[in-house]
Design a protein around this ligand. Structure first.
Ligand SMILES: [Zn+2]
Length: 320
């Protein structure tokens, strides 16, 4: 059993990481690089591997602190881990700066084209992609949960975005874990984006960007998120068992992209997933108007202040 508490967050922020693996009665933990940790079971596993990433956005401290606490318990108790893990603190520089990002929104950097250059976050994204590629080569069957939190209000407190590469796959195993994690809604995205979850999905994993819930500050109390630690323990200890939690599926109907020229968003008091009435005008440009087609359609990630050519919102529709 470990003599000193295992400090995932603290060690991840150091440029030097402990060189020797940590061997507990239930697993071996190895620092591959700062913020890049593997957990290997002592016995060969037949379960899909799992990637758990946090801190792609440095100010989203709830998932970071949850995973820190989860790993401390995993090491302290030494329980038997039944599947391999890759655990990542994605953007240590932004975590240290207590900001969403330093120079670039990291969740748009996970592709060859978008990660060219030498800025710190771009280099970090390349290291993370190399680590994920190495891990998925070793364990081709797996799940990836990229955990975030949001400051935006949402009618569905906890929700997941599933990248396009997963659209035609059997998502049963992913859905079982959504239930365990009490995910209220999941959205099948069909347009490509260079998110972290998209990257692992392209390598064959069942992946999701997981928004754990709305938070209002960096030191948001963890209490209401603590049940997730038991579920992460569950993920480490074996296959999922049904929880009965209802997770509503949605499809993306279209993206609203900001056009050239005049543009205004006509909705006020926007809330993610809030059902809208047919005929409601969402936004208006010089030559185009976006109107809700069917009552019950909703919006996700509305941001009126994006530059021309960027996404203003996703229009989504609940699956029947
Ligand atoms: Zn985020």
């Amino acid at each position: 059993m470990a003599q000193v508490p295992f400090e995932f967050l603290h060690s991840s922020l150091q440029s030097e990481v402990p060189g020797d693996p940590i061997v507990t009665s239930g697993a071996t933990l190895t620092w591959e690089a700062p913020g890049i940790l593997t957990i290997e079971p002592h016995e060969q596993s037949h379960l899909p591997a799992a990637i758990v990433s946090v801190g792609v956005h440095g100010d989203e401290t709830v998932p970071i602190r949850l995973v820190d606490q989860w790993l401390r318990g995993l090491v302290d108790t030494g329980y038997v881990v039944k599947r391999p893990f890759l655990v990542l603190l994605a953007n240590p520089a932004a975590v240290q700066a207590e900001s969403r990002f330093v120079e670039h929104n990291m969740n748009r950097l996970f592709s060859t084209q978008s990660s060219a250059g030498e800025d710190e976050e771009v280099r970090r994204a390349r290291s993370l992609m190399r680590a994920v590629k190495w891990f998925t080569d070793r364990y081709p069957d797996g799940l990836h949960f990229d955990m975030h939190s949001t400051i935006k209000p949402s009618d569905r407190e906890r929700f997941a975005l599933v990248p396009p590469d997963c659209a035609e796959r059997n998502l049963t195993n992913l859905m079982k874990w959504f239930q365990r994690f009490e995910v209220d809604a999941w959205v099948q995205n069909r347009s490509a984006a260079a998110t972290f979850a998209s990257y692992s999905a392209r390598l064959g994993y069942l992946s999701a960007t997981l928004e754990l819930g709305q938070v209002s500050s960096l030191d948001e109390p963890l209490d209401r998120f603590l049940p997730l630690i038991a579920e992460l323990d569950g993920l480490a200890k074996g296959p999922s068992t049904p929880s009965g939690h209802m997770t509503q599926g949605y499809q993306v109907l279209r993206e609203i992209i900001r056009p050239e020229g005049g543009f205004e968003v006509c909705l006020e008091g926007f809330v993610n997933f809030r059902p809208l009435s047919a005929g409601t005008v969402i936004a208006r440009g010089d030559t185009e108007e976006w109107v809700v087609e069917q009552s019950g359609d909703a919006l996700l990630f509305l941001n009126a202040k994006v530059p021309v050519g960027h996404r203003v919102a996703l229009v989504i529709r609940p699956n029947p």
